[in-house]
Write a protein that binds this ligand. Sequence first.
Ligand code: BGC
Length: 369
Amino acid sequence: MKRTWKSISVLLVVMLVTALMAACSDSSGGSSKVSVGIVLPTKDEPRWVQDEQRFKDALSDSKYTTEILFSQGSSAKEKENVETLLNKGIEVLIITPHDGAAAASAVEAAKKEGVTVISYDRLITNTDAVDYYVTFDSVAVGAAQGQYLIDNSEGKDVPLYLYAGASSDNNAFLFFEGAWSVLQPKISDGTFKIANSSEAEKLKDKAELTRDEMGKILGQVTTNWDPNEAKNKAQTHLTAAGADLKGDVAVLAPNDGTARSIADVFGTDGDISSFLVTGQDAEKASIQYVIDGKQSMTVFKDVRTLVKDAMGIAVEILDGKTPETTGAYDNGNKEVKAKQTDVIVVDQENVKKELIDSEYYEASEFTGL
Ligand code: BGC
Protein backbone atom coordinates (compact mmCIF):
# COMPACT_ATOMS: atom_id res chain seq x y z
CA MET A 1 0.00 0.00 0.00
CA LYS A 2 2.78 2.38 0.98
CA ARG A 3 4.48 1.69 -2.36
CA THR A 4 1.30 2.45 -4.31
CA TRP A 5 0.98 5.82 -2.57
CA LYS A 6 4.55 6.58 -3.34
CA SER A 7 4.03 5.75 -7.03
CA ILE A 8 0.89 7.85 -7.17
CA SER A 9 2.64 10.86 -5.64
CA VAL A 10 5.57 10.51 -8.05
CA LEU A 11 3.08 10.36 -10.91
CA LEU A 12 1.31 13.48 -9.65
CA VAL A 13 4.58 15.41 -9.42
CA VAL A 14 5.53 14.35 -12.95
CA MET A 15 2.11 15.47 -14.24
CA LEU A 16 2.42 18.79 -12.47
CA VAL A 17 5.90 19.47 -13.87
CA THR A 18 4.74 18.50 -17.38
CA ALA A 19 1.78 20.85 -17.13
CA LEU A 20 4.03 23.66 -15.91
CA MET A 21 6.48 23.11 -18.75
CA ALA A 22 3.66 23.14 -21.29
CA ALA A 23 2.41 26.44 -19.89
CA CYS A 24 5.89 27.92 -20.14
CA SER A 25 6.34 26.99 -23.79
CA ASP A 26 2.85 28.18 -24.68
CA SER A 27 3.31 30.09 -27.94
CA SER A 28 -0.14 31.59 -27.97
CA GLY A 29 0.57 34.24 -25.39
CA GLY A 30 1.26 32.34 -22.21
CA SER A 31 3.70 33.46 -19.55
CA SER A 32 6.70 33.14 -21.89
CA LYS A 33 5.41 35.39 -24.66
CA VAL A 34 8.20 37.49 -26.10
CA SER A 35 7.44 40.79 -27.89
CA VAL A 36 10.82 41.47 -29.47
CA GLY A 37 13.22 38.75 -30.59
CA ILE A 38 16.88 39.65 -31.07
CA VAL A 39 19.26 37.44 -33.04
CA LEU A 40 22.99 38.26 -33.03
CA PRO A 41 25.65 36.52 -35.16
CA THR A 42 28.22 35.16 -32.71
CA LYS A 43 29.39 35.26 -29.12
CA ASP A 44 32.95 34.59 -30.26
CA GLU A 45 33.59 38.24 -31.15
CA PRO A 46 33.58 40.87 -28.37
CA ARG A 47 31.79 43.25 -30.75
CA TRP A 48 28.53 41.26 -30.52
CA VAL A 49 28.83 40.51 -26.81
CA GLN A 50 29.06 44.29 -26.47
CA ASP A 51 25.77 44.63 -28.36
CA GLU A 52 24.14 42.00 -26.14
CA GLN A 53 25.19 43.92 -23.02
CA ARG A 54 24.00 47.24 -24.42
CA PHE A 55 20.64 45.67 -25.31
CA LYS A 56 20.33 44.31 -21.77
CA ASP A 57 21.17 47.72 -20.27
CA ALA A 58 18.62 49.45 -22.50
CA LEU A 59 15.93 46.88 -21.82
CA SER A 60 16.11 46.74 -18.05
CA ASP A 61 13.14 49.08 -17.63
CA SER A 62 11.20 48.24 -20.79
CA LYS A 63 7.59 47.13 -20.48
CA TYR A 64 8.10 44.79 -23.41
CA THR A 65 9.66 41.35 -23.12
CA THR A 66 12.67 40.48 -25.23
CA GLU A 67 14.93 37.52 -25.80
CA ILE A 68 18.43 37.50 -27.31
CA LEU A 69 19.79 34.44 -29.16
CA PHE A 70 23.18 33.92 -30.84
CA SER A 71 23.69 32.09 -34.13
CA GLN A 72 27.35 31.15 -33.59
CA GLY A 73 28.38 31.79 -37.19
CA SER A 74 25.80 29.40 -38.65
CA SER A 75 22.89 30.30 -40.93
CA ALA A 76 21.13 27.05 -39.95
CA LYS A 77 21.33 27.95 -36.26
CA GLU A 78 20.13 31.44 -37.13
CA LYS A 79 17.03 30.06 -38.85
CA GLU A 80 16.39 27.81 -35.86
CA ASN A 81 16.70 30.84 -33.55
CA VAL A 82 14.16 32.79 -35.59
CA GLU A 83 11.76 29.82 -35.48
CA THR A 84 12.18 29.53 -31.70
CA LEU A 85 11.31 33.20 -31.33
CA LEU A 86 8.34 32.92 -33.71
CA ASN A 87 7.01 30.12 -31.52
CA LYS A 88 7.18 32.52 -28.60
CA GLY A 89 4.92 34.93 -30.44
CA ILE A 90 7.34 37.78 -31.25
CA GLU A 91 5.92 40.77 -33.09
CA VAL A 92 9.26 42.36 -33.97
CA LEU A 93 12.52 40.66 -34.98
CA ILE A 94 15.84 42.50 -34.70
CA ILE A 95 18.49 40.50 -36.52
CA THR A 96 22.14 40.77 -37.52
CA PRO A 97 22.59 38.11 -40.18
CA HIS A 98 25.60 35.82 -40.16
CA ASP A 99 25.32 35.74 -43.96
CA GLY A 100 23.28 38.57 -45.48
CA ALA A 101 21.88 36.57 -48.40
CA ALA A 102 21.35 33.28 -46.59
CA ALA A 103 19.29 35.01 -43.88
CA ALA A 104 16.57 35.83 -46.42
CA SER A 105 14.70 32.58 -45.79
CA ALA A 106 14.68 33.11 -42.01
CA VAL A 107 13.17 36.58 -42.28
CA GLU A 108 10.72 35.45 -44.94
CA ALA A 109 9.42 32.93 -42.41
CA ALA A 110 9.05 35.77 -39.89
CA LYS A 111 7.27 37.98 -42.40
CA LYS A 112 4.76 35.19 -43.10
CA GLU A 113 3.78 35.40 -39.42
CA GLY A 114 3.25 39.16 -39.73
CA VAL A 115 6.43 40.02 -37.82
CA THR A 116 8.20 43.34 -38.49
CA VAL A 117 11.85 42.71 -39.41
CA ILE A 118 14.65 45.10 -38.47
CA SER A 119 18.08 44.39 -39.96
CA TYR A 120 20.61 45.36 -37.30
CA ASP A 121 24.07 46.62 -38.39
CA ARG A 122 24.27 44.17 -41.33
CA LEU A 123 21.77 44.36 -44.18
CA ILE A 124 19.84 41.25 -45.22
CA THR A 125 20.01 41.16 -49.01
CA ASN A 126 17.85 40.07 -51.95
CA THR A 127 14.53 39.77 -50.17
CA ASP A 128 11.44 41.91 -49.62
CA ALA A 129 11.13 40.63 -46.07
CA VAL A 130 13.15 43.42 -44.39
CA ASP A 131 11.21 46.42 -43.10
CA TYR A 132 13.89 48.57 -41.48
CA TYR A 133 17.67 48.82 -41.28
CA VAL A 134 19.56 50.42 -38.40
CA THR A 135 23.22 50.91 -39.13
CA PHE A 136 26.37 52.92 -38.74
CA ASP A 137 27.69 54.81 -41.73
CA SER A 138 29.78 51.90 -42.97
CA VAL A 139 31.18 53.66 -46.04
CA ALA A 140 32.42 56.38 -43.66
CA VAL A 141 34.08 53.69 -41.49
CA GLY A 142 36.15 52.46 -44.45
CA ALA A 143 36.92 56.01 -45.59
CA ALA A 144 38.14 56.90 -42.08
CA GLN A 145 40.44 53.87 -42.05
CA GLY A 146 41.88 54.75 -45.46
CA GLN A 147 42.26 58.42 -44.57
CA TYR A 148 44.11 57.51 -41.38
CA LEU A 149 46.70 55.60 -43.39
CA ILE A 150 47.07 58.54 -45.78
CA ASP A 151 47.41 61.14 -43.03
CA ASN A 152 49.98 59.15 -41.08
CA SER A 153 52.22 57.75 -43.83
CA GLU A 154 55.33 59.50 -45.00
CA GLY A 155 57.10 59.55 -48.33
CA LYS A 156 56.41 57.64 -51.53
CA ASP A 157 55.91 53.99 -52.48
CA VAL A 158 54.72 53.00 -49.03
CA PRO A 159 53.82 49.29 -49.16
CA LEU A 160 50.08 48.94 -48.56
CA TYR A 161 48.67 45.64 -47.28
CA LEU A 162 44.92 45.29 -47.81
CA TYR A 163 42.59 43.10 -45.73
CA ALA A 164 38.80 42.89 -45.80
CA GLY A 165 35.82 41.36 -44.00
CA ALA A 166 33.70 38.37 -45.04
CA SER A 167 32.18 38.44 -48.53
CA SER A 168 28.92 37.11 -47.07
CA ASP A 169 28.58 40.40 -45.13
CA ASN A 170 27.32 43.38 -47.12
CA ASN A 171 29.24 45.66 -44.75
CA ALA A 172 32.56 44.22 -45.92
CA PHE A 173 31.85 45.74 -49.34
CA LEU A 174 30.78 49.08 -47.85
CA PHE A 175 33.93 49.30 -45.71
CA PHE A 176 36.12 48.43 -48.67
CA GLU A 177 34.28 50.87 -50.94
CA GLY A 178 34.89 53.67 -48.41
CA ALA A 179 38.55 52.80 -47.99
CA TRP A 180 39.13 52.48 -51.73
CA SER A 181 37.48 55.86 -52.41
CA VAL A 182 40.27 57.64 -50.53
CA LEU A 183 43.17 55.21 -51.05
CA GLN A 184 42.84 54.74 -54.81
CA PRO A 185 44.00 58.28 -55.75
CA LYS A 186 46.97 57.80 -53.43
CA ILE A 187 47.82 54.46 -55.03
CA SER A 188 47.46 56.07 -58.42
CA ASP A 189 49.83 58.95 -57.55
CA GLY A 190 52.51 56.63 -56.15
CA THR A 191 52.13 57.39 -52.45
CA PHE A 192 51.24 53.74 -51.82
CA LYS A 193 52.06 50.54 -53.66
CA ILE A 194 49.80 47.54 -53.19
CA ALA A 195 51.67 44.71 -51.50
CA ASN A 196 49.34 41.73 -51.40
CA SER A 197 46.61 41.74 -54.03
CA SER A 198 47.14 41.25 -57.77
CA GLU A 199 43.41 41.96 -58.32
CA ALA A 200 43.68 45.33 -56.56
CA GLU A 201 46.83 46.03 -58.56
CA LYS A 202 44.91 45.38 -61.80
CA LEU A 203 42.17 47.80 -60.75
CA LYS A 204 44.38 50.48 -59.24
CA ASP A 205 43.48 53.16 -61.79
CA LYS A 206 39.74 52.75 -61.31
CA ALA A 207 38.23 55.25 -58.88
CA GLU A 208 34.94 53.41 -58.44
CA LEU A 209 34.75 49.65 -58.37
CA THR A 210 31.71 47.52 -59.17
CA ARG A 211 30.60 44.95 -56.62
CA ASP A 212 32.06 42.22 -58.80
CA GLU A 213 35.41 43.97 -58.94
CA MET A 214 35.44 44.43 -55.19
CA GLY A 215 34.45 40.78 -54.87
CA LYS A 216 37.62 39.79 -56.75
CA ILE A 217 39.83 41.78 -54.38
CA LEU A 218 37.95 40.49 -51.33
CA GLY A 219 38.43 36.97 -52.70
CA GLN A 220 42.19 37.48 -52.23
CA VAL A 221 42.32 39.47 -49.01
CA THR A 222 39.28 38.42 -47.01
CA THR A 223 39.75 37.56 -43.34
CA ASN A 224 36.22 36.15 -43.15
CA TRP A 225 36.11 38.24 -39.96
CA ASP A 226 38.23 35.51 -38.42
CA PRO A 227 41.35 36.59 -36.49
CA ASN A 228 43.02 33.25 -37.24
CA GLU A 229 42.45 33.54 -40.94
CA ALA A 230 43.77 37.12 -40.75
CA LYS A 231 46.88 35.90 -38.96
CA ASN A 232 47.52 33.13 -41.48
CA LYS A 233 47.05 35.47 -44.43
CA ALA A 234 49.36 38.10 -42.92
CA GLN A 235 52.04 35.45 -42.33
CA THR A 236 51.73 34.17 -45.91
CA HIS A 237 51.90 37.70 -47.31
CA LEU A 238 54.96 38.65 -45.31
CA THR A 239 56.72 35.43 -46.22
CA ALA A 240 56.11 36.16 -49.90
CA ALA A 241 57.05 39.86 -49.71
CA GLY A 242 60.46 41.02 -50.91
CA ALA A 243 62.54 43.75 -49.28
CA ASP A 244 60.79 46.47 -51.33
CA LEU A 245 57.52 45.54 -49.58
CA LYS A 246 58.98 45.73 -46.06
CA GLY A 247 60.29 48.71 -44.05
CA ASP A 248 57.66 51.30 -43.06
CA VAL A 249 54.31 49.92 -44.18
CA ALA A 250 50.58 50.63 -43.98
CA VAL A 251 47.92 48.00 -43.29
CA LEU A 252 44.20 48.32 -43.94
CA ALA A 253 42.67 45.92 -41.40
CA PRO A 254 38.86 45.82 -41.45
CA ASN A 255 38.07 45.47 -37.73
CA ASP A 256 39.64 45.19 -34.31
CA GLY A 257 39.66 41.40 -34.01
CA THR A 258 41.56 41.01 -37.27
CA ALA A 259 43.70 44.13 -36.64
CA ARG A 260 45.13 42.69 -33.42
CA SER A 261 46.17 39.42 -34.99
CA ILE A 262 47.57 41.16 -38.07
CA ALA A 263 49.46 43.59 -35.79
CA ASP A 264 50.93 40.67 -33.86
CA VAL A 265 52.29 39.20 -37.10
CA PHE A 266 53.67 42.48 -38.46
CA GLY A 267 55.14 43.29 -35.06
CA THR A 268 57.33 40.20 -35.09
CA ASP A 269 58.77 40.57 -38.60
CA GLY A 270 62.31 41.89 -38.26
CA ASP A 271 62.20 43.53 -41.70
CA ILE A 272 59.15 45.64 -40.87
CA SER A 273 60.53 48.83 -39.28
CA SER A 274 57.14 50.34 -38.54
CA PHE A 275 53.52 49.72 -39.46
CA LEU A 276 50.24 51.59 -39.32
CA VAL A 277 47.21 49.40 -38.82
CA THR A 278 43.53 50.32 -38.79
CA GLY A 279 40.55 48.75 -37.01
CA GLN A 280 36.98 49.35 -35.94
CA ASP A 281 34.61 48.55 -33.05
CA ALA A 282 36.57 50.02 -30.13
CA GLU A 283 36.83 46.57 -28.56
CA LYS A 284 38.43 46.74 -25.13
CA ALA A 285 41.43 44.65 -26.20
CA SER A 286 42.03 47.02 -29.10
CA ILE A 287 41.70 50.09 -26.90
CA GLN A 288 44.56 48.60 -24.88
CA TYR A 289 46.47 47.99 -28.16
CA VAL A 290 45.90 51.64 -29.15
CA ILE A 291 47.10 52.86 -25.73
CA ASP A 292 50.17 50.61 -26.05
CA GLY A 293 50.89 51.81 -29.61
CA LYS A 294 50.33 48.35 -31.12
CA GLN A 295 47.22 49.30 -33.15
CA SER A 296 47.17 52.78 -34.73
CA MET A 297 43.48 53.54 -34.63
CA THR A 298 39.99 52.17 -34.27
CA VAL A 299 36.64 53.45 -35.41
CA PHE A 300 34.31 53.86 -32.45
CA LYS A 301 30.77 52.81 -33.29
CA ASP A 302 28.65 53.72 -30.28
CA VAL A 303 26.52 50.62 -29.91
CA ARG A 304 24.29 52.41 -27.39
CA THR A 305 22.91 54.54 -30.23
CA LEU A 306 22.31 51.56 -32.50
CA VAL A 307 20.49 49.72 -29.72
CA LYS A 308 18.43 52.82 -28.96
CA ASP A 309 17.45 53.21 -32.61
CA ALA A 310 16.56 49.54 -33.04
CA MET A 311 14.50 49.39 -29.84
CA GLY A 312 12.98 52.78 -30.69
CA ILE A 313 11.66 51.40 -33.97
CA ALA A 314 10.49 48.18 -32.28
CA VAL A 315 8.55 50.04 -29.61
CA GLU A 316 6.92 52.38 -32.16
CA ILE A 317 5.73 49.29 -34.06
CA LEU A 318 4.42 47.64 -30.89
CA ASP A 319 2.63 50.89 -30.00
CA GLY A 320 1.04 50.97 -33.46
CA LYS A 321 2.99 54.00 -34.66
CA THR A 322 5.07 54.58 -37.80
CA PRO A 323 8.80 54.84 -37.04
CA GLU A 324 10.80 57.72 -38.46
CA THR A 325 13.76 56.92 -40.67
CA THR A 326 16.50 59.07 -42.17
CA GLY A 327 17.36 57.33 -45.44
CA ALA A 328 17.24 54.07 -47.36
CA TYR A 329 19.56 51.24 -48.44
CA ASP A 330 19.08 49.15 -51.57
CA ASN A 331 19.24 45.47 -50.60
CA GLY A 332 19.05 44.22 -54.19
CA ASN A 333 15.26 43.74 -53.97
CA LYS A 334 13.96 46.89 -52.34
CA GLU A 335 14.89 50.21 -50.81
CA VAL A 336 14.95 49.42 -47.10
CA LYS A 337 14.08 52.36 -44.85
CA ALA A 338 17.10 53.10 -42.70
CA LYS A 339 18.33 54.97 -39.68
CA GLN A 340 22.05 55.70 -39.75
CA THR A 341 24.55 56.68 -37.07
CA ASP A 342 27.87 58.50 -37.40
CA VAL A 343 31.20 57.10 -36.25
CA ILE A 344 34.23 58.52 -34.43
CA VAL A 345 37.90 57.94 -35.26
CA VAL A 346 39.93 57.08 -32.16
CA ASP A 347 43.70 56.98 -31.72
CA GLN A 348 46.16 57.63 -28.90
CA GLU A 349 45.37 61.35 -29.00
CA ASN A 350 41.66 61.14 -28.19
CA VAL A 351 41.16 57.65 -26.75
CA LYS A 352 40.67 58.95 -23.21
CA LYS A 353 38.25 61.69 -24.21
CA GLU A 354 36.07 59.52 -26.50
CA LEU A 355 35.93 56.29 -24.54
CA ILE A 356 36.61 57.06 -20.90
CA ASP A 357 35.38 60.62 -20.39
CA SER A 358 32.26 59.68 -22.38
CA GLU A 359 31.70 56.83 -19.86
CA TYR A 360 31.63 54.16 -22.54
CA TYR A 361 34.34 52.28 -20.68
CA GLU A 362 35.94 52.72 -17.27
CA ALA A 363 39.55 53.84 -16.88
CA SER A 364 40.20 50.90 -14.53
CA GLU A 365 39.67 48.49 -17.43
CA PHE A 366 42.94 49.67 -19.02
CA THR A 367 46.57 50.20 -18.11
CA GLY A 368 48.84 53.06 -19.13
CA LEU A 369 46.12 55.57 -19.92
C1 BGC B 1 30.29 44.85 -38.28
C2 BGC B 1 31.60 45.09 -37.58
C3 BGC B 1 32.19 43.76 -37.11
C4 BGC B 1 32.20 42.76 -38.25
C5 BGC B 1 32.62 41.39 -37.79
C6 BGC B 1 30.47 43.86 -39.39
O1 BGC B 1 29.29 43.64 -40.06
O2 BGC B 1 29.77 46.07 -38.77
O3 BGC B 1 31.40 45.96 -36.49
O4 BGC B 1 33.49 43.93 -36.65
O5 BGC B 1 30.92 42.65 -38.84
O6 BGC B 1 31.73 40.84 -36.90
